[in-house]
Design a protein around this ligand. Sequence first.
Ligand code: Z5A
Length: 208
Amino acid sequence: MRGKFITFEGIDGAGKSSHVAFVADFLRGRGINVVATREPGGTPLGETIRNLVLTEKMHGDTEALLVFASRREHVAAVIEPALADSAWVVCDRFTDSTYAYQCGGRGLDPQRIAPIERFVHGHLQPDLTLLFDAPIAVARERLERGTVKPDKFEREQADFFARVRLAYLNRAVEFAERIKVIDSAQSIRTIRAELVQHLEQLLDSARA
Ligand code: Z5A
């Protein structure tokens, strides 16, 4: 049976990456073969593109095309083969990030992105997207606590993140069946309990 595709989304510092390993371990505990990966990245070529996107100044269109180039390689080399092999794929960011960051944040017209999305993965959409949502101030405070040097996106101003957050929340309304909004200002323990509920539902649907 084909595996399931779960994606994690949210503004920088919302806390999504903290939960990727938890979700992967939970599913492994249920006997599922899990591939945990990320975007941009997930392949050697994708990681090279990630480095460019996170460090180089570039036009918003170039940024969008690069993340989709990384994604095309990722879908072909990692995601599709894993799903076909019955593994579940847990992916830190996917195309919702492009609509949120490049369209919401940078102002690209989503109608220009949609044909590229169809070209790159028209046949594939996540089965479940966990959107970690927190007020900008909470996310900023968490990022500032970290010791890693901020990347190009993390150096953006609060209004950029406000637009990214709004774009995410609008997509959650548009794709309410797929995108589940998690209030990530809550404690990690409370969030994990909520994640387990969503995963149990997906496991039920996989068994049905
Ligand atoms: N990007 C794009 O522009 N277009 C695209 O199509 C794609 C990506 C795919 C890299 O992503 C960048 O690529 C991204 C957008 C762009 N922007 N940036 N930067 P990334 O996922 O690698 O980068 P990130 O969003 O900055 O991820 P992150 O650093 O892993 O942050 P996070 O996942 O939101 O948070 P975290 O690391 O899990 O947690 C941050 C801190 O908060 C950490 O100390 C935790 O211990 C703490 N934390 C987390 N949750 C809690 C709770 N609930 N309570 C208290 N403290 C918490």
